[in-house]
Structure formats: structure tokens, C-alpha cells
Design a protein around this ligand. Structure first.
Ligand code: ADP
Ligand code: ADP
Length: 225
């Protein structure tokens, strides 16, 4: 079953076409990577799924509803960015609990869900610290925990490991894949790193100049580049 359906989606900024007539079905629970060089339209595609941008043309449906029409609190989607975007003045615990506190969720539920996510991400010993006291990898785990604590059906990841050194990136690739297997949430993962996409994805959409040139399993992409 598809959770997200792109139908003839184009996004223009003035004269420039960032995304050029994309049609695409994303299956519930799959790990889909958007792979391609800088400027090919990956982030714009992701931002339209998140409802941060509207298509100039065409439609994007999430669970049958137009993505751009869903009010922010009703989007079954959360995002993790490359720069983590944590709140510097909030503790790790409160960074992760932040989204739940915006909703009408009981205090007991907030504590339960927040602590559960802290445990899944291995952040127990850091929960009373502040973001600046954590390493890049730890901060990215906090960003993931914060995005996942609401139990979104879709997680959007925009080059989430791009700021990490190679060794840590390899480790986090493995952790992210494990997390995906564990949570059964749809992951849409933007990267310009072909090896990363090949290792992690169920399917890869290869983008170039706003179009999807190829979409297939890593195995097929590797054999027929
Ligand atoms: P990628 O994520 O693959 O690097 P983007 O989706 O960020 O690509 O950008 C695709 C194209 O759209 C680029 O040419 C970029 O300069 C342009 N673009 C993206 N966002 C904007 C914007 N807000 N205003 C104008 N042009 C933009
Ligand atoms: P506020 O809503 O003003 O943030 P809370 O009572 O939710 O106040 O939290 C007070 C402090 O206690 C916060 O800084 C938070 O980090 C910490 N805290 C609250 N609940 C827990 C918990 N279950 N585990 C760890 N720390 C907690």
C-alpha cells in the first residue's frame, strides 16, 4: 500500500524548475532514498512532503490527503535536518519532550514516551545535559529521538549524517537502519552519497535536474547504473 503518492509534481522558483514533473509512489514502511548531486531537487521534494512548500503543479497525497492542506499538527510526518536544529536552552529531555508538550498529552504519557525514546537512542546518561555538552553524533541521536517521539508514520531525513566524520557516519548508518527495522516507520532519506543509499535503502530514486531518472532496489541500481 502507498502512503505517499506524487502525481505530476513540478516546483518552480521564478524561472527555475527545482522539481520537474515527478510521479512516485512510496510504500508504507519502506526506506526510500532520494539520491543525486547538489541542486537536483532532493530537498525541495522532501520539503513538499513535509508541507513546508507547495507544488506549483500536480498533487502530493499522504494517506489520501493533499500534503499542503494538512495543518502542521495533523501531518503524520516529522523531519530531521543535517544541522540537528536542537533548542540550545532546553535539556536533552526537554528537547525530546518538546513536541509532546505542544499536544494535549498527559504528563505521565509525555514522561513515558520521552524516556522510552531516550532509552531506544541510548541517551540515558545525557538526559539532563544541554545540546552544547554533546558530540555531533549524540546531538543527531537527540534530533532523531525528538522527531520519533510523536510516532510519526513518515520520517523525513535531510542528509542527517552529513555533518559527521566518516567513522561516526558509518556507525550511524548502521544504527539508523536498525532503527528503521525496529520501528517500521516510512523513512525518506536525502543523500548525495551513493554508497550510503546503496547500504541503507529498500529503494533508491536517482534524481537529476529535478527528475527521477531511475527508481529501483539497491541491487538493481548497482547492477544497472
Ligand atoms: P538538492 O537538495 O538536490 O541540493 P534543492 O531541492 O535544494 O536541491 O534545489 C533544487 C534547485 O532549486 C536548485 O537549483 C536550487 O538553487 C533551487 N532552489 C531551491 N530552493 C529555492 C528557493 N527557495 N528559491 C529559489 N530557488 C531555490
Ligand atoms: P517544565 O514543563 O517546566 O519543563 P517539567 O516538570 O516537565 O517542567 O520538567 C522539569 C524538569 O525535570 C525538566 O528540566 C526535565 O528535564 C526534568 N524531567 C521531568 N520529567 C522527567 C523525567 N521523567 N525524566 C527525567 N527528567 C525529567
Amino acid at each position: 500500500i502507498s502512503i505517499i503518492e506524487f502525481n505530476g509534481v513540478t516546483k518552480r522558483y521564478g524561472q527555475a524548475t527545482a522539481v520537474d514533473h515527478i510521479s512516485l509512489n512510496i510504500k508504507e514502511g519502506e526506506f526510500l532514498s532520494l539520491l543525486g548531486p547538489s541542486g537536483c531537487g532532493k530537498t525541495t521534494t522532501l520539503r513538499m512532503i513535509g508541507g513546508f512548500e507547495l507544488p506549483s503543479q500536480g498533487s502530493i497525497k499522504i494517506d489520501g490527503q493533499e500534503a499542503g492542506n494538512l495543518p502542521p499538527n495533523h501531518r503524520p510526518v516529522n523531519t530531521v535536518f543535517q544541522n540537528y536544529a536542537l533548542f540550545p536552552h532546553l535539556s536533552i529531555y526537554n528537547n525530546i519532550a518538546f513536541g509532546l508538550k505542544q499536544k494535549k498529552v498527559s504528563k505521565a504519557q509525555i514522561e513515558n514516551d520521552t524516556n522510552e525514546m531516550i532509552e531506544i537512542m541510548g541517551l540515558q546518561e545525557h538526559k539532563h545535559k544541554y545540546p552544547r555538552q554533546l558530540s555531533g553524533g549524540q546531538q543527531q541521536r537527540v534530533a532523531l529521538a525528538r522527531a520519533l517521539v510523536n510516532k510519526p508514520r513518515v520520517l523525513l531525513l535531510d542528509e542527517p549524517l552529513g555533518a559527521l566524520d566518516l567513522k561516526l557516519r558509518k556507525k550511524m548508518q548502521f544504527e539508523l537502519k536498525k532503527l528503521h527495522d525496529q520501528l517500521k516507520i516510512t523513512f525518506i532519506y536525502v543523500t548525495h552519497d551513493q554508497e550510503e543509499a546503496l547500504i541503507m535503502s529498500d529503494r533508491i530514486a536517482v534524481m537529476n535536474q529535478g527528475r527521477i531518472e531511475q527508481i529501483d532496489t539497491p541491487q538493481q541500481i548497482y547492477n544497472n547504473p
